[in-house]
Ligand binder design. Structure first.
Ligand SMILES: C[S@@+](CC[C@H](N)C(=O)[O-])C[C@H]1O[C@@H](n2cnc3c(N)ncnc32)[C@H](O)[C@@H]1O
Length: 303
């Protein structure tokens, strides 16, 4: 059995505080030899281990016991088998909560442990949600590729006037609606538009203009989104959706692109956008190749 200690030593540097969700271990960035296949998250009372290849049951049980000892308020450990069809989640220790939730900066998000690969909440975008919350006061916000609307929750917490959530997945937006209710927001302050972004230009124009646009597409998703094809299209359309002087937050996910991919596109398609900052997912998500980190480009659009 592979030793547990290097992994647990790393977990000790990322322990949760105040019962809030946190990434405890991120092996996918290839910084921990022998553990590239392991990711561990904490959510209130719940530890979630994601495995990207098979490990033996004895290793898992020992890991679950050690983690529960380290994190006293974890009542259960579940494992998601990312290498199996449908990415099933099974309990290895304790009893899974009926309605699991993520908790970040006091805001709550539903988790769905039985929904396949993505469980409803992406911990690596915490830094983006914080920035949106800081910048949202009084603004009309467009949340493109909204998924379960976590940016909308953060924007409303920051005093946004209104948020329009756009995603082609009706079921993701349904969960997004539920996230608004979970946090006590009035659904009149948010809208949920289930469309394919690139086939809905006239609809998007009618919804515009926006003071702040958050754009967090997948790294790659079948024909719906590929970085090389769809980022240029997106950058070409943004000027017709944002007010002059408005802000853009463009999130680049995943390792499929060159280091300067988005900078180069910005220079070609949005030369008059001023770069206000470029942030990344931070110390809980170590990457051997730093440019593979999830990044957010914060820009001001000057027409
Ligand atoms: C990475 S997730 C977005 C995460 C989200 N911003 C959050 O805060 O949790 C990508 C989302 O993009 C949506 N999507 C992918 N291609 C799309 C397209 N062409 N039009 C509309 N939605 C799309 C998917 O349905 C998925 O919900």
């Amino acid at each position: 059995m592979q030793p547990l200690s290097p992994l647990l030593t790393e977990v000790q540097h990322h322990l949760p505080a105040n019962g809030e969700s946190r990434r405890l271990f991120y092996g996918r960035g290839q910084c921990f030899s022998g553990y590239d296949d392991v990711v561990i998250d904490y959510h209130p009372h719940l530890i979630l281990i994601c495995l990207y290849r098979q490990r033996d049951a004895a290793w898992l049980e020992a890991m679950a016991a050690e983690l529960r000892e380290l994190i006293a308020d974890a009542r259960c450990v579940v494992v998601q088998y990312r290498y199996q069809q449908g990415c099933p989640v099974r309990v290895v220790s304790g009893e899974a909560p009926d309605q699991p939730e993520a908790l970040e900066d006091g805001l709550r998000y539903h988790l769905q442990l039985d929904r396949g690969q993505n469980l409803g909440f992406f911990p690596d975008m915490a830094f983006g949600r914080r920035l949106v919350r800081q910048r949202a006061q009084g603004k009309k916000v467009l949340n493109l590729f909204a998924y379960t609307c976590s940016f909308s929750i953060a924007a409303l917490a920051g005093g946004a006037r209104n948020v329009c959530n756009v995603d082609m997945s009706r079921s993701a937006l349904e969960l997004g609606r539920a996230n608004h209710l979970l946090n006590g927001y009035d659904l009149r302050d948010a809208s949920f538009v289930a469309v394919e972004v690139f086939r809905s230009n006239s609809r998007m124009r009618k919804l515009a203009p926006f003071d702040l646009i958050v754009c967090d597409p997948p790294a790659q998703q079948g024909r719906s989104f590929t970085a090389q094809t769809h980022w240029p299209k997106l950058l070409q359309r943004l000027p017709s959706w944002v007010v002059p002087g408005g802000e853009l937050m463009l999130c680049l996910n995943g390792p499929h692109v060159e280091e300067s991919f988005l900078e180069d596109l910005l220079a070609s398609y949005l030369p008059c956008a001023e770069l206000l900052g470029c942030l990344d997912s931070g110390e809980d998500f170590p990457e051997k190749k730093p440019h593979c980190k999830t990044r957010l480009y914060h820009l001001r659009y000057h027409s």
